[in-house]
Write a protein that binds this ligand. Sequence first.
Ligand SMILES: Cc1cc2nc3c(=O)[nH]c(=O)nc-3n(C[C@H](O)[C@H](O)[C@H](O)COP(=O)(O)OP(=O)(O)OC[C@H]3O[C@@H](n4cnc5c(N)ncnc54)[C@H](O)[C@@H]3O)c2cc1C
Length: 291
Amino acid sequence: MYPSRFRYEAPRSIDEAVALLQEGGGEAKVLAGGQSLVPLLKLRFASPELLVDINDLPGLDYHKVDPDGTIRIGALCRHADLERSALLPAKQPTMAAAAPLVADPIVRNRGTLVGSLCHADPQGDWASVVTALGGHVVAQGANGRRRIPMREFVSGPFQNTLAFDEIAIEAVIPAPKGMPAGGYLKLERRVGDFATVGTAVALELSGAVFSRAGIALTGVGGSTIDAAEAAQALVGSPLTAETIANAAALAARAAQPRTDHRGSAEYKRHIVRTFVQRILTRVAQPNGKAA
Ligand SMILES: Cc1cc2nc3c(=O)[nH]c(=O)nc-3n(C[C@H](O)[C@H](O)[C@H](O)COP(=O)(O)OP(=O)(O)OC[C@H]3O[C@@H](n4cnc5c(N)ncnc54)[C@H](O)[C@@H]3O)c2cc1C
């Protein structure tokens, strides 16, 4: 199917892009990597009157680490940039683990992390990772910039809390207060598929205990699930077989899976428990065998 007719603009500055969104009055859409929006246009699930292509905006294709350890991912940083990143393996293990698991190489070459957050697909991998890391999105509109914590950014399936005339400029991961540890595991029916289940675990180790923990779940609810109770159970204690089993059970309890063609609800809950246990066991015994 062909998309409905739309006007196409490719602004050269953020101010110009915001002005175009205002002109569109809620009938305009931002186009970033196009890997989610273009299929929606072709299926006519989305029929915006105006497409504001942000690919010509200068200086948004970065991912970088500030001197204090804060990580910033610009709106035009592609999944592939993060997959090949020289920074992430040492600075942010949860992001480094997730990057190669998002979609397939063709999609990763164009799709963006920020676009994935904006798309708010319950099966989007990055929303879980950024939620587990306690990150936020920086949005720019006519009245300047504001920070939106990731936990408030997704308001439901395929819905975010951006105003119609705001552009998400970057995603920000706060500087860790301890040594970062964690990972991302994803069950997919075949390579490149969306998650049947994904689990993001992000930890900060201070001495022998964890000063911060985040756990978030992909594909097992109507939107990304912040398994805060499971994460909180890890804070202030060392990783033992008991604390690992407890956190994994709490994460499984936080999941809200539905039985579908990808598996039963019970099976998906079991995978959440197994994945959380596996990531935490690897953190506890980096050279040992995972559960
Ligand atoms: C075959 C296939 C397999 C895929 N598999 C996976 C997968 O396994 N895991 C996964 O997480 N994703 C998967 N995706 C989705 C992919 O990751 C997309 O790249 C991503 O969801 C959207 O990023 P994008 O830059 O392409 O955004 P676009 O498609 O350009 O935009 C998506 C939505 O976000 C809005 N938007 C984008 N950027 C901004 C911005 N800066 N400010 C405001 N609004 C914005 C757009 O208006 C639109 O509504 C898959 C896609 C395909 C086609």
